[in-house]
Design a protein around this ligand. Structure first.
Ligand code: UDX
Length: 493
């Protein structure tokens, strides 16, 4: 199959490279000449696992690059639109890039094409796409329009594409249905997974990827509703975490208990400082606007967004409670990206928290395995510095903060960390550690939805050595140790 993918951002580039991996002839198009020049040389502009390997495997063979929509459309059977749909001032998705591309596609349709929207768009965009193509001169019998939403997470986008939980194709006619089905056949018949040089995924459960065929509008709704549901799951568990913290329960144990119900599932139940990124914040907002336009007040989504914002404020309060005042305090911050395994800082909770800390007069030294260059472009330079590893970021600090769930941050040498900090306070916005382990390493450990854990050596309750040792871990998890008043390290009664 000859495929054109218009837009070489995260979704477009990953899709183009993966379509080539499935055996198709692919043209990846972007109007950014510099980006296309880089890609032609085999340089990958984004941090994404397996992307460099696949780009080099197919570049100049089944995968080529162009800046001309016309030329690319002319040479293909299917045209995927993967341009950005940013948030407009009103919160709706701004579809002007999609419309501009549709106009260009229309003028290049001389034989039959299936035009597929892959960008995240509001329901009924397929209808507008169809109208725009007609208005701009495409003959009705020379195209059909379909929706093929993506469910790619940054950092695992390549394996998400090649090992999907499901492929959704939204089609209103048989031609689109059979063309899109054949594009994905190597996944849906499992032949890709039997290839010797297939990109590996350990623990993959399907021998064949399931395919769900719907009408176009339903596919569009599936995308927005999926992202909104996942965001709701995160806000829900964060709300429960706040209760757990108040009563001295442990949110991780609660999650285990809730998530073991197969109707709920354990994934996306990680409490923390809230969701960020280029999708969830924008998509939840846009979906709420879609509902409004349908005269439906989707108050549940308003609350999902409110809880998410509040989670960052609560974390800042936690930092203040642990340190009392912030002016002049030195904080070692681990994590800048909106989540682990990416250099993306869009809508990153970490950056929002750092900006607030800087405003309150704290000095921040940050480390992130990938996102430092991007963070440097947006963060205030005053009182802000960057380190080459987590221990350098923590050196001489009044407290260490974990803001992004990089695997590397879950495997720190706590003894070493303890030896470089000024004060042993670890405030973990991602619950990467077991409280007792961190306390044993000598840190006062604050996390989300769990009581503060205190090292045995800091418990001044006047008891005998043996009793102290015995009760230390127990004390560390009782709510009396929360430092609501800013009075550290004393039991409540
Ligand atoms: C998301 C969707 O998962 C993907 O299907 C869609 O196509 C694009 O948007 P992505 O934005 O890459 O992908 O990130 P994701 O892994 O979903 O995480 C989103 C945010 O939620 C991150 O900030 C992450 O830290 C946070 N998160 C995730 C939690 O706070 N808790 C969780 O349990 C999971």
């Amino acid at each position: 199959m000859r495929i054109t993918v218009i837009g070489s951002g995260y979704v477009g580039l990953v899709s183009a490279v993966c379509f080539a991996e499935l055996g198709h002839e692919v043209l990846s198009v972007d109007n950014d000449h510099a980006k296309i020049a880089l890609l032609r040389e085999g340089q990958v502009p984004i941090h994404e696992r397996f992307l460099p390997e696949l780009l080099n495997r197919h570049r100049g063979k089944r995968l080529s690059f162009s800046t001309s929509v016309r030329e690319a459309v002319d040479q293909s059977d299917a045209v995927f639109i993967t341009v950005g749909t940013p948030q407009s001032e009103t919160g709706e998705a701004d579809l002007s890039f999609v419309e501009a591309v549709a106009r260009e596609i229309a003028s290049a349709i001389h034989d039959f094409k299936v035009v597929v929207e892959k960008s995240t768009v509001p329901v009924r965009t397929c209808e507008s796409l169809r109208k725009t193509l007609l208005l701009n001169g495409a003959r009705q019998d020379l195209f059909s329009v379909a929706s093929n939403p993506e469910f790619l997470r940054e950092g695992t986008a390549v394996t998400d594409f090649l090992y999907p939980d499901r492929v959704v194709i939204g089609v209103d006619d048989q031609v689109s249905a059979s063309l899109l089905s054949s594009i994905y056949r190597p996944l849906t018949d499992g032949s890709y997974y039997r290839q010797e040089n297939a990109i590996p995924l350990t623990g993959y459960a399907h021998a064949q990827a399931p395919i769900i065929v719907t009408d176009a509008k339903s596919a569009e709704l599936i995308k927005h509703a999926s992202n909104a549901f996942l965001a709701m799951k995160i806000s829900f568990i964060n709300a429960v975490a706040n209760i757990a913290e108040s009563v001295g329960a442990d949110i991780e144990q609660v999650c285990e208990g809730i998530g073991s119900d197969s109707r709920i599932g354990r994934k996306f139940l990680n409490a923390g400082i809230g969701y960020g990124g280029s999708c969830f914040p924008k998509d939840v907002q846009a979906f709420r606007m879609v509902a409004e336009q349908c005269n439906y007040e989707f108050g549940l989504l308003t609350e999902v967004m409110r809880v998410n914002t509040e989670q960052r404020t609560r974390f800042l309060r936690k930092v203040r409670n642990a340190l009392w005042t912030l002016r002049g305090k030195r904080l070692g911050v681990l994590g800048l990206a909106f989540k682990g395994d990416t250099d993306d800082i869009r809508e990153s909770a970490a950056l929002e928290i750092i900006s607030a800390l800087l405003k309150e007069g704290a000095c921040v030294c940050a480390y992130d395995p990938a996102a430092i260059p991007k963070a440097k472009e947006v963060l205030d330079e005053n009182n802000m510095s960057y380190a080459a590893d987590p221990y350098m970021a923590a050196a001489g600090c009044d407290a260490v903060l974990i803001l992004t769930e990089w695997k590397e941050f879950a495997q720190l040498d706590l003894e070493k960390l303890r030896s470089v900090v000024k004060h042993p306070i670890l405030i973990d916005g991602r619950n990467l550690y077991r409280p007792a382990d961190v306390a044993r390493a000598g840190f006062v450990y604050h996390s989300i939805g769990r009581s503060v854990a205190i090292p045995e050596s800091m418990i001044f309750d006047g008891k005998s050595e043996a009793t102290r040792r015995e009760s230390a871990i127990r004390l560390a998890t009782i709510p009396g140790w929360r430092q609501e008043s800013g009075q550290p390290l004393q039991p409540a009664s």
